[in-house]
Design a protein around this ligand. Structure first.
Ligand code: MSK
Length: 656
């Protein structure tokens, strides 16, 4: 590949590598198309950043105070305050998790407040997930006798809010309700039980401020503590609270990819993370009033497409076709066919608006936290939602008007479409296979060799979507069942791997069982917060098999980690005893073998740190939680590493 980074023992792709290796033919076409039209994308900006800073790549620079910035390298082994390399690397990592927790925490807050607004009669949303409301009420010990559904939902939401904001050392309700007993004992012993999402973010920023904590191992403990707060206050919380509102997803088949856009239709893309406003907009799109207006505007209908995690949520619940992920958002605009992109929170890059301005696409922001200069802003706020119905209608109206203005000479829609099945909630997976006992039996007898959850963002440091698709194809060939969420799921959906027909590409018993049950070997379980569904499956399968989760043939894979939120995802699974494989050696310096004691070397392959790399990749973390991090940027080697991991786990259990 074009850019060689020996410090990381890795290479990064240039434009030609991306266009050659990216698996979706539609993406290849659109990259070329945008280049011809001189429209800038992340690919241009990424090339303009080369070479990237070696200090930053290895986490060896600190900007936490105004004494710096400080860098650790051959010239200086410490920052001005005396911070050494381990403290710097670990401090940067723990701050990344804090940012990720803040993001999912803000998402969770919006969902909880929406439930409360519904119960107070201030927002008109359904409470379709009745069984989830009763399940949570029972788990939290809320008295439900003679209580109405909306009142119970409100009380559940208040418990969830407490998990997000508690400032005192009481247990978290969600963690108490869903974490395995053995893990709770492990975490208690390690002293990493969290208070709440907000408290742990505060504590992390406090610990890493100038003159704060000087012990990197204490920061490593805080990393685990914060991951547990992240998991139980934001992943479980958001995922289940969204189910309370809009129901528990069930499998449904649809078509995905850029080819779902239609030249003679109004094309609206719904993008972001929290689907509160998107659900309302969808309701308005389907109203008879809008359908009549569509005809008046001369369109044949409305196509709604999903991007990123809002797209995953809508696919799961309504079978709304998804189009692409974070690094495809400019490409989608490049079709020239998108009339409006409605964005809520997170993963909406500034470059989206630059591209939108070239094609006359209306960008509508709906969250006060995610403003874009020049976009129309129609905010959703569950604590101030009196005008919600009109606001959602106004969003639709803006899209209709944009359709009327559209310059049709720029339209270029690659015709790729793939069949896909979404909607794999925890409940749907368990029912689909005939029960937890059946899945546990398949694992024991080797029909299914293991389960990998392959998730996360895209990253320009690896060829776009290539690692996602290559790793997953290799895993299912080896009989490993895959669950997927987030941007990774869009790559896999578009590659046809989430359709039942993909069972043909699976190997061994996995192929037979998927074909018999008409289930895809890659299960699209939802958006990023729905990693809670995969984790719950892992926890309950270990319990069903009578084994500890750390001994089970499971793994968490982030082939193209990008957002700070992915750090929290990975460490969440690590804390539960599920090892990680990450597809790029950053922001932890690459774990290369340590030079022998006393040997001084200036070899560029020497590690930047690193007791921290050893902690994550070696025995340090493993001895605490039973899991470690593998790093492998080459996807075929990554798949091989995963197969070996699964095999070792199976041998350890005495399973063939
Ligand atoms: S949207 S967090 S880029 S997966 Fe969840 Fe994609 Fe990563 Fe955002």
């Amino acid at each position: 590949m074009k850019y060689n980074y020996p410090l990381l023992n890795a290479e990064m792709p240039g434009r030609e590598d991306v266009i050659k290796l990216t698996p979706n033919p539609a993406s290849k076409e659109l990259f070329k198309r945008l280049e011809q039209k001189n429209v800038e994308t992340w690919l241009d900006r990424y090339e303009a950043q080369q070479p990237q800073c070696g200090f930053g790549l290895r986490g060896l620079c600190c900007r936490n105070c105004q004494w710096g910035p400080c860098r650790i390298g051959p010239k200086a082994s410490k920052g001005i305050c005396g911070k050494d390399l381990n403290l710097m690397v670990m401090g940067n990592l723990v701050r990344a998790l804090a940012a990720g927790l803040a993001a999912h925490g803000r998402h969770a807050h919006e969902v909880y407040m929406t439930i409360i607004a519904v119960a107070k009669g201030k927002a008109d949303y359904p409470l379709l997930g009745e069984e989830k409301i009763w399940e949570l009420a029972e788990k939290f010990g809320i008295e439900t006798k003679d209580k109405a559904l909306d009142q119970t939902a409100k009380e559940v939401a208040e418990y969830l809010l407490e998990d997000l904001g508690r400032m005192t050392a009481e247990p978290m309700y969600m963690l108490e309700a869903y974490a395995p007993k053995e893990r709770k004992e492990v975490w208690q012993k390690l002293g990493v039980l969290p208070r709440s999402g907000s408290y742990e973010v505060m504590e992390t920023l406090h610990m890493t401020t100038l003159g704060g904590c000087s012990d990197w191992t204490a920061l490593a403990s805080q990393e685990l503590r914060m991951a547990l707060a992240y998991c139980y206050s934001t992943l479980y919380g958001s995922s289940m609270a969204t189910e309370m509102l809009f129901g528990i997803p069930q499998p449904k088949v649809t078509e995905v990819n850029y080819g779902i856009l239609k030249e003679d239709h109004v094309n609206i893309l719904l993008h972001g993370h929290s689907p509160m406003m998107a659900e309302k907009v969808l309701e308005k799109i389907n109203s008879p009033e809008t359908q009549q207006q569509v005809k008046d505007y001369g369109a044949k209908g409305i196509v709604v497409g999903g991007m990123c995690c809002t797209g995953d949520e809508l696919l799961c619940r309504h079978g709304i076709p998804s189009v692409t992920n974070i690094m495809g958002q400019e490409l989608a605009i490049g079709t020239g066919a998108v009339d409006a992109v409605v964005v809520d929170m997170q993963c909406v890059i500034p470059g989206l608006k630059t591209a939108a301005d070239c094609f006359g696409t209306e960008v509508i922001t709906t969250c006060d936290s995610n403003r874009i200069p020049g976009a129309k802003h129609i905010p959703f706020d569950p604590e101030d939602c009196e005008t919600l119905e009109e606001d959602a209608m106004r969003v639709v109206q803006l899209a209709l008007e944009a359709f009327k203005r559209r310059d049709r000479s720029h339209i270029y829609i690659p015709q790729e479409r793939s069949r896909a099945m979404g909607g794999w909630s925890y409940e749907a997976v368990v029912n689909g296979f005939g029960g937890l006992d059946k899945i546990a039996q398949y694992l024991k007898d080797g029909t299914i060799k293991g389960i990998a959850t392959v998730v996360g963002c895209n990253n320009p440091k690896v060829p776009y979507e290539y690692n996602h698709v290559t790793i997953v194809k290799k895993l299912i060939e080896s009989g490993i069942l895959v669950t997927t969420t987030g941007c990774c799921s869009h790559a896999l959906l578009n590659a046809g791997l989430c359709a039942p027909e993909a069972a043909e590409q699976a190997g061994g018993g996995l192929k037979d069982v998927c074909q018999e049950l008409d289930i895809p070997p890659v299960l699209a379980v939802g958006g990023c917060v729905d990693n809670a569904r995969s984790l719950r499956l892992f926890i309950d399968l270990a319990d069903e098999a009578g084994k500890l989760i750390k001994d089970m043939p499971f793994i968490f894979i982030g082939p193209e980690p990008g957002n700070e939120k992915t750090v929290g995802q990975g460490v969440t699974f690590l804390a539960h005893g599920v090892s990680n494989l990450v597809g790029f050696p950053a922001p932890i310096p690459v774990p290369l073998p340590k030079a022998k004691d006393g040997i001084q070397s200036n070899d560029e392959m020497d590690r930047g740190s690193n007791d921290v790399a050893d902690f994550f990749a070696g025995d340090g973390l493993y001895e605490k939680v039973g899991a470690r991090v593998y790093t492998e940027p080459y996807p075929k080697l990554a798949a091989q590493t995963v197969r070996m991991h699964i095999k070792r786990k199976r041998l350890g259990l005495g399973w063939k």
